[in-house]
Every structure is written in C-alpha cells, then in structure tokens.
Unconditional design. Structure first.
Length: 326
C-alpha cells in the first residue's frame, strides 16, 4: 500500500519521496524532495534521532528547555526513572539544574575547563549578568551568588581542597580581608611595611581609635599602645609566670614568680642625674660587694652610740663617725 504525504493542495504518492529523503546525499537534496527550500520553516510535534548536526542555532522557544540525560528519557521524567541536566528559565531566572525522578540520583554538577591553563568565564562580560546563583540540593539552597556589582556573596563554608591551595598570590593580593574570626595552623606573616593591630576602640580607618601595634620603626621593632582622635593611649600590662628579657638569646633581666628580680648584667642609669629610689620611696636594704661614690654620701638618723653590730656606723657625742666592732 502506498504512503501519502501532504506537501501542497495535492495528494501525491510519497513512496518515492520517502526513499529519496532517506537516501539523500545532502540536506539540500532531501529538502528538495519534500518541497522545502532553504528559507522554509517546519514544525514537528517531536523529533527522535540518533545524532544531529546544525549549522545554525538550536533554539528553544518560551516555556521550553534543553535536557541532557544520564538515565532514562523525556518519557521517564513524568513517570519513570531519570537523571538529567536541564537548562531553562524559571520565573525570569535562567537556571542550570541537575534533576532526578524515580530511582534516579541527583548527580554532582562540575564545571571544568580543558585543556589545562584555559579558564571558565561566567557572564559574557563584567557586569553583563544581573544575578548569578550557585545552589545545592532539591531545595535549591543558595551557596554563593553574584548580584552584578563588585561583590560575590558566599552562603556556605569555602574550603581549600588541600594545604597547597592559596588565597591570592604574591603579585595579586586582596585589598582587605574582613572576618569575624580567624584560625591559622601555620604562620600569619606581615610583609615589610605592615604591622599587627589589636583594637580597643574603633577600627581601621576610624577617626577615634585605641589599639596595640606591633611594627618596625626603621630597624627597631616596636610594641606600643597608640591612639587617634578622641581615643586615649592606654597602659600596657605584661602578665606571665616568669618574664625574661633577653638580648641575642642571652637572658639579661628576669622577673621570677618567687618575687625576686634578677639582673644578669650591669644595671646603669642613663646619666649622672638619675636617682635610685626617692626620698619618699627608699630601698629597705642595699647589698653590695663594693661601693664607689664620686659625690656626697648622706647618712641620716645614725645611732649616737655603739649599736653592738659589727660593721655598722654610728656617731659619738662629739660628732665623730665610727664603725662598730660588734
């Protein structure tokens, strides 16, 4: 029985036409066989084929989508087992989403560039995307988003694959890093010209601040409290079970927990006018092997009779200074 096709107002025998289409050596010959020119349009309810190649655009009209199946087919989406990637519009948002139905599994979605050294660009040009979301799971939980400005928002932990991954590089640094907390298992390094600041009032860039700073002044390392504006330069307290000041690895002065301060070298004033103690705050006792005074030595309140303690000074009624023999 012959097969018929409607290509115009006439009904023609399509057996020969069908053979020509199936055996055509080019698209042009096939199109000519069914009366289609290169500018003609044709709409089918559905098209099933093994492979397809298009020299123009593959267009999905409003309400349509592109689906790439890993399991099943279109017929299995509504009632069956399927796994597929779909590109479509949802409420004016263009989405790239991996789906599953039935016993299908929602698979991971990886965006990769190949060969090595090539890149991945999101958006045709900077600022051309109004909003860009990366979501996870059936509930579409947004993990990070780009709102078309100069900011990229993360809504989940951002973890390095391993300890070799860096944030920025020596020749491409971030202008600022703002964080609530930070934890480092390695070194926190400040390059030449930088410093560490611990704020008591305000923040970086504020007019009124109070902070502790560790920095370099020429070739001197400085640890100091500082302030700006209405801030006050605060006192600094160092608290430890034992405090040692060293020079080139050698201890020079130590404050010990037993209440004794140890000096490991000569303790000298900055000049001849610097006193040791004061009239209202005197040392209870001074112990020394030798003593050498280039000025006056004032001895107040000496006993006026022999105290009976060997080596102790006293004065006589006539004003003579004597040393007790004990």
């Amino acid at each position: 029985m012959a097969i018929t096709a409607f290509t115009s107002t006439a009904i023609i025998d399509a057996t020969t036409i069908g053979t020509t289409v199936l055996t055509a050596s080019s698209a042009g010959i096939a199109a000519d066989a069914i009366g289609l020119g290169t500018t003609d349009d044709v709409t089918f309810n559905s098209v099933g084929c093994v492979d397809g190649s298009f020299t123009g655009s593959l267009t999905s009209e409003v309400g349509g989508s592109y689906r790439l199946f890993n399991l099943g087919s279109d017929a299995d989406v509504a009632a069956g087992n399927s796994e597929y990637l779909e590109i479509k519009f949802v409420a004016n948002e263009c989405t790239i989403h991996n789906y599953a139905t039935g016993t299908g599994v929602v698979r991971n979605l990886a965006v990769q560039a190949s060969p090595e050294g090539s890149g991945i660009v999101l958006g045709a040009a900077l600022g051309s995307v109004s909003k860009l979301f990366v979501a996870e799971g059936v509930a579409d939980i947004v993990r990070w988003q780009y709102d078309g400005g100069a900011r990229l928002y993360f809504r989940a932990d951002l973890e390095a694959f391993d300890t070799t991954v860096t944030v920025g590089r020596s020749t491409g640094r971030y202008g600022n890093v703002y964080s609530v907390d930070g934890s480092f298992s390695g070194s926190l390094t400040s390059e030449v010209g930088g410093s560490y600041r611990l704020y008591n009032l305000g923040a970086e860039g504020d007019i009124d601040t109070e902070y502790l700073e560790t920095t370099w002044d020429t070739n001197d390392a400085i640890i100091a409290t500082k302030s700006t504006g209405a801030g006050t330069q605060r006192a600094m307290e160092i608290d430890s079970a034992k405090l040692t000041l060293s020079v080139n690895g050698a201890a020079k002065f130590r404050v010990d927990s037993n209440g004794i301060n140890y000096s490991y070298q000569s303790l000298q004033p900055s000049g001849n006018s610097t006193p040791l103690g004061a009239s209202a705050r005197r040392w209870a006792t001074v112990y020394g092997v030798d003593g050498d005074f280039s000025g006056n030595m004032t001895l107040s309140n000496l006993p006026t009779s022999d105290p009976g303690v060997a080596g102790r000074l006293y004065t006589t009624t006539g004003g003579s200074l004597k040393v007790s023999a004990g």
